[in-house]
Design a protein around this ligand. Sequence first.
Ligand SMILES: Cc1ncc(COP(=O)(O)O)c(C=O)c1O
Length: 413
Amino acid sequence: MFFTQSGKRRIYLDHNATTPVDDEVLARLSSWAIEWGNPSSIHVFGRGPKARLRDARDLVAKAIACSPLEVVFTAGGSEANNMALKGTMAAARARGDQRRHILISALEHPSLKRAAQSLVRDFAAEIEIIPVDRSGQVKVADVQSRLRPGQTLLVSVMLANNETGVLQPVREITQVVHAAGALMHTDAVQALGKIPVSIRELDVDLASFAAHKFYALKGAGALFHRKGVALEALIDGGGQERFRRGGTENLLALSSFGYMCSRIGEVNERAERMRRLRDEFESQVRQRIAGVSITAATSPRLPSTSSLVIPGVDGETLLMALDMDGFAVSTGAACSSGSPEPSPVLLAMGLSRDEAQASLRVGIGWSTTSSDLNEFLEALVRVVERLRSLRGFQMPQARDESCDVLEQVVEHA
Ligand SMILES: Cc1ncc(COP(=O)(O)O)c(C=O)c1O
């Protein structure tokens, strides 16, 4: 439990950045840690750890509906994203496949975007960005029109966006990608544990996951790697993960990942609860804060994410003021917090720089209560009023683009 200097309990509303470690995970940690052997050892010390690693793999595979042999354990989502892009490109080159065109959406996480950039340098790859509009959703037609059969090697579109929560039509995109003979990757890091994720349904070739977004320990993740898809290892080592990822496995974190995956059956009910809380919060926020808009409010979204634009405030200043009051939220991707640049995701969706600078992300989690959100709302109203009055801000009367968006939102609600 975390407290402010005045002794008030801090409220965590940044579950897209990371989730707290589940109490049941915490309770099991020492029993897992006590079996410290190397899972690759043949002797008795390795046997328990090897069995636990196998169990973790089975549980992850079951949770995402694939074969355990198709699960490559990694250190997290960034590594899985890097492996998906670099590993397929390197494998293509190694077998004389000259395709070098790669499509990624404008919404992707920096780990995916930067991995794509490195392919330009290392393999003379051509990276093309699939644009998005204010809905925050990639259109299947925009993928289709950019695919170049015989040239496109890989397409990557995330399942759920970390900033807006918008869900992407990955299954439909996969169909057109496969029809063009290309591979499909999805970054499902934000989706696992928030909505059901089924590889069988999505039909993708590669998918990334991270344990720490699902109430497990940091330092573990997975890449779903469809059988038969050529993939080079990023880390060469002792043959772990069937030569796809060398290095002694982080068994403690992977055990926690497997354990949380054993609870995947809870996701639907938890999601419904979070959706009710989130919808109530959004309706209150609209009533209490003039001019606020909810980004991509009418698009299919994760049940737990609200991305707000609050005209007349600077998101970073708002975040810091709320932090002092005991509320942890974010202005966009956690890894870009502290940077003066507005969120590239919001800009790619067509928000103005001012709108993107005035954004705030609220990420609800399994343990969030309605009283947490009520307390947060009161603080938000108070801080926004204070910051607006310091700036002498008044809501513009004239119609502008942001008002149009607001109206659409209100109409929909
Ligand atoms: C969509 C998405 N992909 C990838 C990552 C990176 O995952 P990790 O922090 O496990 O490296 C994140 C983390 O914020 C994310 O939100």
